[in-house]
Design a protein around this ligand. Sequence first.
Ligand SMILES: [Zn+2]
Length: 487
Amino acid sequence: MSHTESSIRSYGGNGGLVTGSCHVYERGDNKIMVDMGMFQGRDEIISETGKQRNLEPISEICRGTSTVLVTHAHIDHTGRLPLIFKNGFTPNIYATEETIGFMEVLLYNSADIQKKDKDQIQIYSKEDVDILLKKMKKVEPFEEVPVGNHNSKIKACFLPNGHVTGSTSIVLRDGQNKENILFTGDIGRPNQLLCGGYNEYTDKYPDCRINTVVTESTCSENIPVTFEEREKNILEAILKTGDRGGNSLFPVLNFHRLQEIIEMVHHWQEDGRLPLDYKIIIDAPTGMKISEVFDDLGPNHLTARYGNDPSFYKTSESSRNRFVLKNSTVIGSHEESKLNAKNLANTQEKYIILASGGMANNGRSLNYISGEFNQNSNNSVVFTCYQVPGTKGAEMLSAEEKIKLELKKKKKAEIMWTDGNTGHATGPEINNFIERFNLNDLHNIIVTHGRNPAREAYVKDTKGRDYYKNISMMVLPVIRQRVKLYT
Ligand SMILES: [Zn+2]
């Protein structure tokens, strides 16, 4: 059978962008979409021509698309999915059980932010999210799902990859073209809290030969940080702040980062590394809803690993207890949060505040950052995630450099950055992950989802790998660039 022309086109997370992820595989009248994320951070939301990327019409992408595959729940991969059904398109849409559970919380929250935040444009409502969620179909990891049009001979296989709980890479097997494509989605670390990291799953990956890889490259430039260093970085920030009589504010991502930090704090309280006179405040309503999803999923959906011990949790009960904290308080209403921010601005007690808004762009952390809390130089604001350029967090971190240089504005909380918390494979870990697949027939690599220096770092690492000798095409596409696989 002769090959029919097939191609991959990316409509986001490309051209040096790290948000808005959306790829479309096309062969004949088969069109399959992988993710449809929201563009985030001022620098990515607005295109070079001044257009709002999240407002761009999606009909070109969706027309003729029969299937949507969702790699994981993060908004930069799911945030525009409600638009598909809002615009009257009705593809089949698939994700893992965990991803669907987390999407429910994150997309309702996204709709809520769009409605309330005057800096945001409302592109969909909660009702649109309702409709999307009703259409979602659950897939089992490692099982093949027939996708595309009737008789397409295309199958998708969702492979857990240790980025966050429920996250997957997806192998698309096109039986007609005998073509297997790996969409990595966001690749996790080899070992990770809660979801276990990709080492936990790669043994079960199918042995099919991969012909094309569409890989992310977000953290290719970063040097991998060990778990010990990661713990040390956060714990030192807390203790340094406490020793000088201040409180630490952690603006955290609601999904995963909050629960990861809770798990670490749980262990530090257990083994005495964190003295019990530190009180924990959780001021993240959406984060608490995510924690409920973790509770509902239960220990079977969590790794038995903690840190470097793959079988740390011996029982379901000990696994569940990883989220239990001593001396902790959960903040309810927004008013309560504001009051709390005021009360904790100057206090003799020691507090660790986990507040929503990982990039300080929205969420409860703003109540602390915009008020008295931020005027006390004993306090700290500790960031634990990548700050997308154009967000308040990115601004604060670069301003901190300036403040240090100019030695002025002394009356400000210290802005800290703790390394090692990323859920993305860093440096060589991306290729170490890709090499777990059968690459004997790998010819095409499409490098996406990374700033240009990160994409180039990935290319450099790839050129040193054995599998590179067979590569005939390595593309770093711009948005909408069509990459032809077979002609
Ligand atoms: Zn992600």
